[in-house]
Design a protein around this ligand. Structure first.
Ligand code: PLP
Length: 376
């Protein structure tokens, strides 16, 4: 039996999502077909779209189903430059690769400017505000891309402030909200932005499905071209089963959003306390050790005597603990985590929680850390 502490990488499917997906397997019609079988599948897709829009306080037409977070992030950035005429892109070196690698691809075409951050991973929003004011004065069209919660260190950005400053200076805003969708209450009418991203597998839904939020009137063109699905915004027959699972997982998360957040906050605080008392030398990467400034799902710690040698995550795996070194996407990648590298941290282990994680899981984890077999 393993203890799963890697929920920022992916979460187990919840029973609600599984049940909705099994039922949707019967809907074999193509949502684009106008006959009865097609209409049944279409009705499901449109019902989920409407429910998601209600949770996010936006229009159903602003939800466009995609293959997940990566596609939504890639699309927002590429279309902003190639279609919407953005010539200045403010981004961060601490973003997920779904953003950083697209920024690299766009860099030859426009000015891409990294937003400065300190050793805790806090971005300098005063610097950004002055830069946006200068762009507005010189008539440059700017896009800011900053993730809502960092997947490796949990740092939260002040989305309300970003929204206000981009509105004030006529700039656009993309936020990779993959880690906060269905975890925090998001309201796109109260906090307007042009683009956001969702990935179902981060909140107990299936993999390979998500959506892009695209503000109405943005004038974006499709990233994937072909048929007229998704009102002409994203070609390809819809992933009906995946969309059913996404919708059910989102609904299940929203039913107990506050209670679940409370639970995860308590689990995280417990982990911080247990690690501090077991290992006085412990350090927390980014703001992850500060429960007010980071998302309750993520804790990234470094204990010199455990991490030196670089074998800790491997040892934990042998003991049945699923954790991550940096983000799962980069674990195993040459050079390790670009986020921890950017913070000049010597390294770290990310443990990440879901509503299914218990304090007993944390106790077992810390006990295992204290009793790791010596490596020969
Ligand atoms: N953005 C963030 C912050 C993520 O954590 C992830 C997943 O690791 C993604 C984007 C990519 O999402 P997906 O796996 O759905 O492509």
């Amino acid at each position: 039996m393993s203890i799963y502490l890697d929920n920022a990488a992916t979460t187990p499917l919840c029973p609600e999502a599984k049940e909705a997906m099994v039922a949707a397997l019967e809907l074999f019609g193509n949502p684009s077909s106008t006959h009865a079988e097609g209409r049944k599948a279409k009705a499901l897709v449109e019902r989920v779209r409407k429910e998601l829009a209600a949770y996010l306080n936006c229009l159903p037409a602003e939800i466009i189903f995609t293959s997940g977070g990566t596609e939504a992030d890639n699309w927002a950035l590429q279309a902003s430059v190639d279609v919407l005429g953005v010539t200045k892109l403010y981004h961060s070196e601490l973003e997920h690769h779904a953003v950083t690698h697209m920024v690299e691809a766009l860099a030859p075409k426009i000015a891409c400017e990294p937003i400065p951050f300190n050793e805790h991973g806090d971005h300098d929003l005063d610097w950004l505000e002055s830069a946006l004011a200068a762009d507005a004065a010189s008539g440059r069209k700017a896009l800011v891309s900053l993730m809502h919660a960092n997947n490796e260190i949990g740092n939260l950005v002040d989305l309300a402030r970003l929204s206000a400053m981009t509105r004030a200076h006529g700039a656009m805003l993309h936020s990779d909200t993959v880690q906060t969708m269905a975890h925090l209450k998001l309201d796109f009418a109260a906090t307007p932005l042009e683009f956001a991203a969702c990935s179902a597998h981060k909140f107990h839904g299936p993999k390979g499905v998500g959506f892009a939020y695209v503000k109405q009137g943005t004038g974006i063109q499709p990233f994937i071209r072909g048929g007229a699905q998704e009102r002409g915004h994203r070609a390809g027959t819809e992933n009906v089963v995946g969309i059913a699972g996404l919708g059910a997982a989102f609904a299940a998360a929203m039913t107990n959003l506050e209670a679940d957040a409370d639970h995860m906050q308590r689990v995280k605080s417990h982990a911080i306390e247990k690690l501090r008392s077991a290992f006085p030398t412990v350090r927390f990467n980014g703001r992850s050790g500060d429960v007010d400034r980071s998302l309750f799902t993520v804790l990234n710690f470094y204990v010199p005597e455990l991490h030196e040698g670089g074998m800790l995550n491997f040892q934990l795996d042998l003991q049945g603990f699923c954790v991550s070194g940096g983000s799962a996407c980069s674990s195993g990648a040459v050079g390790g985590s670009h986020v921890l590298g950017g913070l000049k941290s010597p390294g770290g282990t990310r443990i990440s929680f879901s509503r299914m994680t218990t304090k007993a899981d944390i106790d077992a984890f810390v006990h295992a850390l204290q009793n790791l077999p010596k490596l020969d």
